[in-house]
Design a protein around this ligand. Structure first.
Ligand code: SF4
Length: 187
């Protein structure tokens, strides 16, 4: 299956109640052949309006940080969220919603087949790396799961709330770039 076929299937998803309030499904953007995949938690207001992940101030900051290390969503990264529809008022996704939506992400990962998965923020890291993973303590660590390298870093929205976290996130992206190069990935 190709990614655009999966997206067409996902576009009509009504598995959980979030389908009632969404304006758009936010499936993902970027290079479909990328070796690095970035995964956030769920769309916010701007994402829901535009149908794209990580837009607005958070998206701008993310693009700026990854750009420091020659990475971009057009060139060498694919960006998606765990949930494809926005939770009302940006509340945390419920476990039941996460469980119902994760199959879309699993199938996206299977098709894109990234070598490095970067979990952005606590919720994505705890769902995809491990329930005890603490972004504040373990950001920038790499853990091999099922033949892929997983790491966690700060969500740009968290950096906008506390700019002191920005140097830590930049250092995480430096490590991601170095790890990709060390593993001979196609950037
Ligand atoms: S959040 Fe996921 S499972 Fe729920 S309706 Fe949207 S695409 Fe379907």
């Amino acid at each position: 299956m190709f990614l655009d076929e999966l997206k067409s299937e996902c576009d009509s998803c009504r598995r959980c109640e979030l389908c009632e309030s969404r304006n758009n499904i936010v499936f993902g953007v970027g290079n479909e052949n990328a070796d690095i995949m970035l995964i956030g938690e769920a769309p916010g207001e701007n994402e829901d309006m535009q149908g794209q992940p990580f837009v607005g101030r958070s998206g701008k900051l993310l693009d700026e940080m990854i750009g420091e290390y020659g990475l971009s969503r057009d060139k060498n990264i694919y960006i998606a969220n765990m949930l494809k529809c926005r939770p009302p008022k940006n509340r945390d996704p419920k476990p039941s919603e996460q469980n119902l939506c994760i199959e879309w992400l699993d199938r996206q990962i299977e098709i894109i087949d990234p070598k490095i998965i970067v979990c952005v923020g606590r919720i994505a890291a705890q769902k995809l790396i491990g329930k005890d993973f603490k972004v504040t303590k373990q950001h920038g660590e790499f853990i091999e799961i099922g033949g892929r390298l997983y790491t966690g870093t700060y969500h740009p929205a968290a950096i906008l709330r506390n700019i002191n976290n920005k140097p830590f996130a930049l250092d995480d992206w430096r490590k991601i770039r170095e790890t990709a190069e060390r593993n001979g990935l196609d950037l």
